[in-house]
Design a binder for this molecule. Structure first.
Ligand code: SAH
Length: 225
C-alpha cells in the first residue's frame, strides 16, 4: 500500500478509499448513525495524520501512537464524541489537544470554522502540515496552553477537550457561547468521565456521558507536567 504523498489532494485522489469505506462500515456496525459524522470519516484521509511507521494501520478502528507519548484516539470514540455535539455545519468550534490533527480535520468537515490549540510544538507543526496536505482550509492551529482557551476568537458554539482534566478550566466556560456545548473528560489521570457541559445564559449544566480514558490535560487549569 503506497501513498503517493506529493500528489494527494484530499481523500478523493488517494488509494485508501476502500479502507476508509470499511472503517465507516465498522463505525456504523458499532452504532454510529449520524450521517454527517459518517460522511466526515468517509472523506478524511486518516493515513495523512499518523506517522509512517503505523500508516498501514491508519484505517483500523484503533488508537495509534503519534509520538511524544501521545495517541490519536480510536475512531469509534471520536465518532461518539462528534455525534454528541450535533454540529450543523456553520459553528465556530474550539478544540483543545490537536494531537495528530485528525479530529481537527473531521471537525473542519462538520463545522464552519475550527480553532485548535496544542501544547506540544512538534505535534502542532506536524498537524498543520497534514491538514494542509489533506486540503482542510477552515482550521487555525495555535501552540500553547489550551486550558486558557483561545480568547481572540471567542465565543465558541462548541468546545472539545481531547485530554482529561481534573475540572473544567474556567477560561473555557467563559469562552463558550450561550446555548453552546463543551465536551471534556473529567477526573483523575487515566480514568475520567466524559462530561457534556451546556451553557444556558449564565448557567452551566453538566451531564456525565460515559467512562473514558484520555491522556492528561496539562496546563495552568489542568494537571502539572
Ligand atoms: N484528538 C487528537 C488526539 C489528542 S491526544 C487526534 O485526533 O489526534 C491529546 C492531546 O492533547 C495531546 O496531543 C496533548 O499534547 C494535548 N494536550 C494536553 N494538554 C494540553 C493543553 N493544556 N493544551 C493543549 N494541548 C494539550
Amino acid at each position: 500500500m503506497v501513498a503517493r504523498r506529493g500528489r494527494l489532494s484530499g481523500a478523493s485522489a488517494d488509494s485508501f478509499g476502500g479502507y476508509r469505506a470499511r472503517l465507516v462500515e465498522a463505525l456504523r456496525a458499532k452504532g454510529i448513525r449520524n450521517l454527517a459524522v459518517l460522511k466526515a470519516f468517509a472523506e478524511t484521509p486518516r493515513h495523512l495524520f499518523v506517522p509512517a511507521a503505523v500508516r498501514h494501520r491508519a484505517y483500523e478502528d484503533a488508537a495509534l501512537p503519534i509520538g511524544n507519548g501521545q495517541t490519536v484516539s480510536q475512531p469509534f470514540t471520536q465518532a461518539r464524541y462528534l455525534e454528541l455535539l450535533r454540529l450543523r455545519g456553520k459553528e465556530k468550534v474550539l478544540e483543545i489537544g490537536t494531537g495528530s490533527g485528525y479530529q481537527t480535520a473531521l471537525l473542519g468537515t462538520l463545522a464552519g470554522q475550527v480553532f485548535t490549540v496544542e501544547r506540544v510544538r512538534s505535534l502542532a507543526e506536524a498537524a498543520r502540515q497534514a491538514l494542509l496536505e489533506a486540503g482542510v482550509r477552515n482550521v487555525s492551529v495555535l501552540v500553547g496552553d489550551g486550558t486558557l482557551g483561545w480568547s481572540a476568537y471567542a465565543p465558541y458554539d462548541a468546545i472539545l477537550v481531547a485530554a482529561g482534566g481534573p475540572d473544567v478550566p474556567p477560561p473555557l466556560l467563559q469562552q463558550l457561547a450561550d446555548g453552546g456545548q463543551l465536551l471534556i473528560p473529567l477526573g483523575a489521570r487515566g480514568s475520567q468521565t466524559l462530561t457534556l457541559v451546556r451553557r444556558v445564559g449564565a448557567e452551566f449544566r453538566q451531564l456525565p456521558v460515559a467512562e473514558a480514558r484520555f491522556v492528561p490535560l496539562i496546563g495552568e487549569h489542568g494537571f502539572d507536567a
